[in-house]
Design a protein around this ligand. Structure first.
Ligand code: AFP
Length: 323
């Protein structure tokens, strides 16, 4: 099986970006090791702190954020970083060519139950017209990304990556620490019978989503005239990996459970990188009303409604949202 760097060179990816991707993966390998060690590494459990999102920080949230932050700032290739765990943009190398937005440990509520978690990253070119510590560096639509990926820490540690030439999946071979190409040109089936949503929020959804989900649940006897299966892993990385692997629809729609927080998923370091991967694999990613990668961000930790996956199924869900 082919290793990461030669595979990306064959795709015409420049050596600076390959170096940056490998830099991120160096931190991810360490995160993978600490997760595997679990209690033995003393990194499970929560801290007494809350992050900018008002969420209790897990010890491994902080450790993972620091690991990635350190390697990015030392790389010489990164002008600015934005993280779920950092309130503001952190300036890196003034000559850095790239900026990186990342969620160091997505699904961290799964850590203490030994379930799936992951790291998500989104890479843009730096803006020479703006200071390195200016949040506006990151206020670019997802369509401007030059690279996006995630590392899923599961029974295997797997990297899904796109640089705009389709999606490749690599598997970490822990015998030598290399990521080997195990799935080339990943393609999401256009149709599906599987959806992922946190159904406990049903009473808080908007009517279009309530109706759409009701019709899925009605199965063969309902208007869809076929049965559907449901999954919910509570880690976007894992649910999206299933969509890339066998199709499906994943959604975290708007809800009015907390009027101050109508959306759950963050645009810059969850929705946009995942949307890039899904679109590059032949799927689509929408709010129900517009393409996610066309949204002009207004703030660093902006949240958004997400409906992504198999093209025909997302289109059907969008139709429920048409006036
Ligand atoms: P955490 O990182 O706080 O666990 O949140 C994960 C996440 O942002 C996303 O990965 C999941 O799809 C979603 O939240 C799960 O949300 P619920 O806990 O409300 O199901």
């Amino acid at each position: 099986m082919r290793r990461l760097a030669p595979t990306l060179r064959d795709d015409g990816v420049n050596s600076d970006l390959i170096f940056l991707i490998r830099t991120i993966l160096a931190a991810c390998k360490e995160i993978s090791f600490r997760l595997t060690q679990g209690e033995l590494a003393g990194v499970l459990g929560s801290t007494l702190n809350e992050n900018i999102q008002g969420e209790t920080q897990k010890k491994l949230d902080i450790v993972s954020n620091q690991l990635i932050k350190d390697v990015l700032l030392e790389s010489g290739f990164v002008r600015s970083i934005a993280s779920e765990e950092e309130e503001h943009v952190v300036a890196g190398d003034p000559n850095g060519k790239y900026i990186v937005a990342y969620d160091p440990l997505d699904g961290s509520s799964n850590i203490d139950i030994n379930s799936l978690v992951g790291t998500i990253f989104s890479i843009h070119l730096a803006d020479d017209q703006l200071p390195a510590d200016d949040d506006r560096q990151f206020l670019k639509p997802g369509s401007a990304q030059v690279c996006a990926g995630y590392v899923l820490y599961g029974p295997s540690t797997m990297l899904a990556l796109t640089t705009g030439k389709g999606v490749k999946i690599f598997t970490l071979d822990k015998t030598h620490g290399g990521f080997l190409l195990t799935h080339d040109q990943v393609t999401i089936p256009k149709d599906t019978q599987e959806f992922a949503i946190n159904a406990s929020n049903q009473r808080f959804w908007e009517p279009p989503m309530q109706q759409y989900i009701n019709d899925l649940l009605a199965g063969k006897e309902g208007p869809r005239e076929k049965n559907f299966n449901m999954r919910w892993i509570a880690a976007m990385v894992a649910d999206v990996h299933r969509v890339l692997s066998r199709g499906g629809l994943f959604t975290y729609p708007t809800d009015h459970k907390n009027p101050e927080k109508p959306y759950k998923l963050r645009l810059l370091y969850e929705a946009n990188p995942m949307s890039y991967l899904v679109e590059q694999a032949g799927g689509i990613s929408s709010t129900g009303y517009e393409r996610i990668m066309s949204i002009q961000p207004e703030s660093l930790h902006q949240r958004v409604s997400v409906i992504l996956g198999s093209e025909n199924e997302v289109r059907t869900c969008e139709k429920y949202h048409q006036p």
